[in-house]
Write a protein that binds this ligand. Structure first.
Ligand SMILES: Cc1cc2nc3c(=O)[nH]c(=O)nc-3n(C[C@H](O)[C@H](O)[C@H](O)COP(=O)(O)OP(=O)(O)OC[C@H]3O[C@@H](n4cnc5c(N)ncnc54)[C@H](O)[C@@H]3O)c2cc1C
Length: 466
C-alpha cells in the first residue's frame, strides 16, 4: 500500500515501537514439564507486573511466565503510549456496585499507578522509555466542547481536584499544540508518554533479573487449577494467573469473555523543522480529541506523530491479524483525521501502520480476580486504559494472592464478573454498527455545530453499555 509518491507504508510488522526498539534475543521455550509456585500466562504488562510484584514480595517463590510469542508481542508492545490516570472502566458502574467512595478510591490509586509505573521504570533502568508530559483533550466543535466541560464537571465528583485536571481555552490549547479549529479542552498532568516496546522490554528484563523465568514461544492451550497445559509441556503450580487481555479467547471456554477490540495506529516519518514549528507541541503532551470515534496521539521522542483510532474495531468471529496488518479503510480514516487536526502535515509520509487487540468486557469495566480455593487468578479488561491499569491490577493481584487485606484488595474492580458477549453474528453486527454510528454522529455534529451531542451517539452509548 503506497503511502505517498516517495515511500512504501509498512503494514503490520507487529508495531513501529517493536521495530524501533529492536527485539531482544528470543528467550527459550518451556523445556517440558515444570513445577512452580506461580504460573503466569501472558507476557504483556499484566503478566510482567504481576511477576515483578510477587517476586519482590516473595523472593523465594518460583515464578514462571508463559508467553506464546515474545514478551511485548501483544497490546503492551503496540499501544498509543498514553500512561494515563483515566481508570480502566466506568465510575458509575463501580459506584453502583460498591459505592461512590470505593470508585473514588480506584481513581486515587490510578493517580498513584502513573507515578509508580514511572518510578519503577527509573529505578530499574528503563526510565528513558517514559516522559511525564501530561495529557490534553482537545475539542474541535461546539458539541465536543460541551462534552469536554461536562466530562470535567463529572471528573470533579470522581476524585479529580483542580490541580488534577483543568479547563483550557482555545488560546491555551493553541499555545501548547496547534490543532486546527481547537475551541478548548482540558488538561491533566497525570499522564506519561511511553515508548511501549522499550518500556515492556525493559520491564521483562527487570523481572528476569529478579529471578523470574519467562518462557517464550510457548502457547498455553488450557488452564485449570494447579496446571497450565502448553504445546511444550505442562506447568504445575499452586497459583495460575491468566493475563491474556485481548487474547483471552485463545483458551477453551473463554471465547466470549473479553471482546478482542482492534485499535489501529499510524506513525509518520520524522517532522521537518518547518512541520515541527507548525504543530507546536513542544511540551510533548499526549493529545486526544473529543470525537465519539476517538483519536489518540503522541509526538515521539524523535519528532514523529503517532496517531491511533478504531476504524475497524472488530472482525467477524473475533478474528484479527496476529502481526497487526491493518485494513486500508482504517488507515484512510486515521490519515484523514491527521490531516484534519494538523493541516500543516497534509501529505506527510506515513512510515508504518499496525493494529493490536485490547480486551473489552461486556460491562466495559476491568476486573481483578483471585480464588484462594482453586489458586486461579486473572486481571484484564482495561478497555484501552491498560498502561497504568496493568500496574495497579498487578499490585492488587499480589495483595489478593498473599491474602493481605489492603486498600488495594478492596478496590471495586476486585471480584467483578461481567456476562459473556453475545453470540455471532450479533456480536459483529453490534460492534460494527456501534462504530459506524459514532462516525455518523461525529459528522452530524460537525455539520450542525450547535453544541448538542448527536442523539445517535447517545443511543449507541445506551445500547452498547459504554
Ligand atoms: C493499538 C493499541 C493502542 C492502545 N493504546 C493505549 C494507550 O495509549 N494507553 C493505555 O493505557 N492503553 C492502551 N492500549 C491498551 C493497552 O495496551 C492494554 O490494555 C495493555 O497492554 C494490556 O496488557 P496485557 O498484558 O493485559 O495484554 P497484552 O499486552 O496483550 O499481553 C497478552 C500476551 O499474551 C500472549 N498470549 C496470547 N495467547 C497466549 C497463549 N495462548 N499462551 C501464552 N501466551 C499467550 C500474547 O502474545 C501477549 O504477549 C492500547 C492497545 C492497543 C492494541
Amino acid at each position: 500500500m503506497p503511502a505517498t509518491a516517495t515511500g512504501p507504508l509498512v503494514n503490520g510488522g507487529i508495531s513501529f515501537w517493536v521495530q524501533d526498539a529492536g527485539r531482544p534475543a528470543p528467550r527459550d521455550p518451556l523445556p517440558g514439564a515444570v513445577d512452580a509456585d506461580v504460573a503466569i500466562v501472558g507476557g504483556g504488562l499484566t503478566g510482567l507486573w504481576t511477576a515483578y510484584y510477587l517476586k519482590k514480595a516473595r523472593p523465594g517463590w518460583k515464578i514462571v511466565v508463559i508467553e506464546r510469542e515474545f514478551a511485548g508481542f501483544g497490546a503492551s508492545g503496540r499501544n498509543g503510549g498514553w500512561m494515563s490516570a483515566e481508570p480502566a472502566g466506568q465510575f458509575r458502574r463501580y459506584a453502583a456496585s460498591r459505592g461512590a467512595d470505593a470508585a473514588r478510591a480506584l481513581q486515587t490509586e490510578m493517580f498513584g499507578a502513573v507515578r509508580e509505573s514511572v518510578e519503577v521504570a527509573r529505578q530499574e533502568g528503563f526510565g528513558e522509555s517514559v516522559a511525564e508530559n501530561g495529557l490534553i483533550h482537545v475539542a474541535t466543535s461546539k458539541p465536543q466542547l460541551s462534552r469536554a466541560r461536562a466530562h470535567l464537571r463529572a471528573m470533579r465528583q470522581q476524585g479529580w481536584g483542580d490541580e488534577d485536571a483543568s479547563e483550557l481555552s482555545a488560546d491555551e490549547v493553541g499555545s501548547r499544540v496547534a490543532v486546527e479549529g481547537a475551541l478548548g479542552g482540558y488538561a491533566t498532568p497525570h499522564c506519561a508518554r511511553v515508548h511501549p516496546a522499550k518500556y515492556t522490554f525493559g520491564l521483562a528484563a527487570a523481572v528476569e533479573r529478579l529471578g523470574v523465568t519467562i518462557y517464550e514461544q510457548t502457547r498455553a492451550t488450557a488452564i485449570e487449577p494447579y496446571r497450565v497445559t502448553t504445546d511444550r509441556g505442562t506447568v504445575t503450580a499452586r497459583i495460575v494467573v491468566r493475563a491474556l487481555e485481548g487474547y483471552t479467547l485463545s483458551l477453551p471456554g473463554l471465547a466470549r469473555k473479553l471482546l478482542p477490540m482492534n485499535s489501529s495506529m499510524v506513525v509518520t516519518t520524522p517532522l521537518t523543522p518547518e512541520q515541527r514549528d507548525a504543530v507546536g507541541w513542544r511540551g510533548g503532551e499526549l493529545v486526544g480529541d473529543m470525537a465519539h470515534s476517538f483519536s489518540y496521539m503522541q509526538i515521539t521522542a524523535d519528532d514523529r506523530v503517532a496517531i491511533g483510532g478504531r476504524g475497524v474495531p472488530y472482525n467477524f468471529h473475533s478474528g484479527f491479524d496476529r502481526n497487526g496488518r491493518t485494513a486500508e479503510f482504517a488507515v484512510d480514516l486515521i490519515r484523514a483525521r491527521l490531516a484534519e487536526l494538523f493541516p500543516a502535515l497534509e501529505g506527510i509520509e506515513l512510515e508504518q501502520t499496525w493494529s493490536g487487540v485490547l480486551g473489552v468486557p461486556r460491562d466495559w469495566c476491568a476486573a481483578v480476580n483471585y480464588d484462594p480455593e482453586s489458586g486461579m487468578a486473572s486481571a484484564g479488561g482495561y478497555t484501552g486504559h491498560g498502561l497504568s491499569g496493568t500496574n495497579l491490577a498487578a499490585r492488587t493481584l499480589r495483595d489478593l494472592i498473599l491474602g493481605e487485606d489492603t486498600p488495594l484488595a478492596r478496590l471495586p474492580w476486585v471480584g467483578r464478573t461481567a456476562r459473556n458477549w453475545e453470540v455471532e453474528p450479533l456480536r459483529w453486527f453490534g460492534a460494527t454498527a456501534l462504530y459506524a454510528a459514532y462516525r455518523y454522529a461525529d459528522r452530524r455534529e460537525y455539520a450542525a455545530d450547535d453544541g448538542k451531542t448527536s442523539v445517535v451517539a447517545t443511543i449507541a452509548d445506551t445500547i452498547s453499555g459504554r
